[in-house]
Design a protein around this ligand. Structure first.
Ligand SMILES: C[S@@+](CC[C@H](N)C(=O)[O-])C[C@H]1O[C@@H](n2cnc3c(N)ncnc32)[C@H](O)[C@@H]1O
Length: 306
């Protein structure tokens, strides 16, 4: 995760040490989290990689196997962690996470309450956003899930910014000790309307609540409940369209010296032979929408405490 040094400053310039978590990147759709351990090896279809070769290299380095195959060793940022974490529940992905962090106005020093913790996907980004002086208090009623999330925050180096509690937030609400202290409250619960009255008590004046729900019926019920204590109520659905960027072969074409041949899809063009003839390259970088774009994930309802 983020390297936070003894002065609690976030560092982006750190080399890999024994015991670090790294993201081993083969392709954008094939990554895994590995803890570096001096005597261990990673074995995959590209060969055998010795962890000892990784120690001392910068995050982002390309490393080679015994067969000359390679992978990249990336820093375990929240963006990558979300893609490799073990799914114990449904999780929030980058599009929703980024929107939540922005719209809840979460910055360094904020105190945020969250329930349920689930797989800790959102929590990881919340923790980075509030570090090094803020804190996330996250609650899940599933003890084993809470324990696994705690282990993950330890592994990703975020445990000093996150406390995981086991509690039925729909039944009991958030602990009274947080009343009036939260800058923001985030709910990802099956019946969020049951927790909203407690969330209102936890927020500071002008604090913001966000509730994530996959179904519109849940949104309607939550919106009814927030009306009594909150203003500025807004619901969003964030739809992400991913583009595939790749180099493609094209037929080469030529135009005359005035450079006109209608629309020009190529970005690069080369002048050949100094004869005023423009030759278009035989390959070009194209971007087009991915076939398997992620569709509906859920609705995000935001409301500000009156
Ligand atoms: C969909 S998951 C949350 C996923 C999380 N937002 C993430 O990004 O990884 C919902 C979680 O809420 C928890 N939960 C359900 N009802 C609860 C309740 N009454 N109190 C606390 N947690 C609850 C479940 O155990 C589950 O882990």
């Amino acid at each position: 995760m983020l390297a936070i040094d003894s002065t609690r400053k976030i560092s982006f310039n750190r080399s890999i040490s024994n015991g670090d978590l790294v993201i081993v990147y083969e392709r954008h759709d094939n990554m895994k989290a590995v803890t570096v351990s001096e005597g261990s090896v990673l074995q995959n279809r590209f060969g055998v990689f010795k962890h000892s070769d990784w120690i001392g290299k910068s995050f982002g380095s390309k490393v080679f196997s015994n067969k000359g195959g390679f992978v990249y060793l990336l820093a375990p940022t929240p963006e990558l962690w979300t893609l490799v974490l073990s799914h114990r529940t449904q999780i929030l992905y980058i599009a929703d996470i980024s929107f939540v962090v922005m719209y809840l106005e979460i910055v360094t020093g904020c105190v945020v309450l969250e329930s349920g913790t689930g797989s800790g996907s959102l929590t990881t980004s919340l923790a980075r956003a509030v570090a090094p002086t803020g804190h996330i208090y996250t609650f899940d009623f599933h003890e084993q899930r809470a324990g696994s999330a705690r282990d993950d925050f330890e592994r990703t180096g975020l445990s000093s910014f996150v406390s995981v509690g086991v509690r039925d937030i729909q039944g009991e609400g958030f602990p009274q000790e947080f009343a009036g202290l939260a800058d923001a409250v985030f709910l990802d619960l099956p019946q969020p309307w049951l927790a909203i009255p407690s969330a209102a008590k936890m927020l500071k004046h002008d604090g913001i609540l966000c509730s994530f729900s996959p179904c519109i019926e849940q949104v309607q019920r939550s919106c009814e409940t927030v009306q009594s204590n909150f203003s500025d109520i807004r619901t969003f659905e964030v739809l992400l369209r991913t583009y595939e960027v790749r180099e493609e072969k094209m037929e080469s074409s030529q135009v005359n010296g005035n450079g006109s041949n209608g629309s020009l899809p190529c970005k690069r063009r080369q002048c050949s032979g100094g004869a005023g003839v423009l030759t278009y390259p035989t390959s070009s970088v194209m971007a087009r929408p991915c076939g398997e774009a992620r569709g509906h994930t859920g609705y995000l309802t935001f409301a500000r405490l009156k």
